[in-house]
Write a protein that binds this ligand. Structure first.
Ligand code: TYD
Length: 217
């Protein structure tokens, strides 16, 4: 696998990304693929610092464009320093959130415009899009109730947004998924973790193991 394979996992709060990623990592590793799991900012010091500015609960004055630019900056650093080298080494890179988070959260839910946010992100990523994106589509009611049930989870600035915001995020993902229909696969994440995982497994098997380019399926 000379150029690796880039999978991003997307979804609103409480969609179950963490559990899907854990399963996927185990499964693909067991099958002999070199796997790298990461998330933005993925332990890259410069990007971690940017992230702590974005998610700081005291930064209530943060302008929406500032937020979008900071996400794009953190994304760039993570991509350049970690993702691209791993792909060049032939790894399957599984990334917890990528460009579509910015399109759904900043572009749609914050109202900056999907096209506007896409354009700064095209610059940030030099147009390196994931080969496959799994969108775990959860209703905000289900997602937020899962988060509140998970005592160990840290609550960040975006979690504190109201239900209306999370509905907008979901609508944003819908629009983005339609626009990038060849790359993004929607998975109904209101179901049990087992049902979600079983569907994810089938999709990844089909696309990765069949040796097909996911954009052609
Ligand atoms: P995180 O702790 O990664 O939460 P989660 O477990 O939900 O992924 O927090 C990231 C938050 O930042 C989350 O609320 C989504 C938001 N976000 C954006 O708004 N735009 C982006 O480009 C990214 C990557 C995340």
């Amino acid at each position: 696998m000379p150029n690796g394979w880039f999978i991003s996992i997307e979804g609103g709060e409480g969609a179950g990304k963490t559990s899907v990623i854990r399963h996927l990592e185990q499964e693909l590793t067991a099958k002999g693929y070199p796997v790298m799991v990461t998330r933005e900012p993925g332990g890259i010091e410069i990007a971690e610092k940017i992230r702590s500015i974005i998610l700081d609960k005291s930064h209530t004055a943060m302008d929406a464009r500032t937020e979008a630019l900071l996400y794009a900056a953190a994304r760039r650093q993570h991509l350049a320093q970690k993702v691209i080298p791993a792909l060049q080494a032939g790894a399957v890179v599984i990334c917890d959130r990528f460009i579509d988070s910015s399109l759904a959260y900043q572009g749609y839910a914050r109202g900056l415009g999907i096209d506007e946010v896409y354009s700064i992100n095209r610059f940030a990523t030099s147009d390196r899009m994931p080969d496959l994106t799994l969108w775990l589509d959860v209703s905000p009611e289900t997602g937020l109730s899962r988060i509140h049930a998970d005592q160990g989870r840290e609550i960040n600035r975006l979690d504190l947004e109201g239900l209306t915001f999370h509905h907008k995020v979901r609508e944003g993902y819908r629009v983005v998924a339609e626009r990038f229909a060849g790359r993004i696969v929607r998975i109904d994440a209101d179901r049990t973790p087992e049902a979600v995982w079983s569907e994810v497994r089938k999709i990844v098997e089909l696309k990765l193991e069949a040796g097909k380019d996911p954009r052609d399926v």
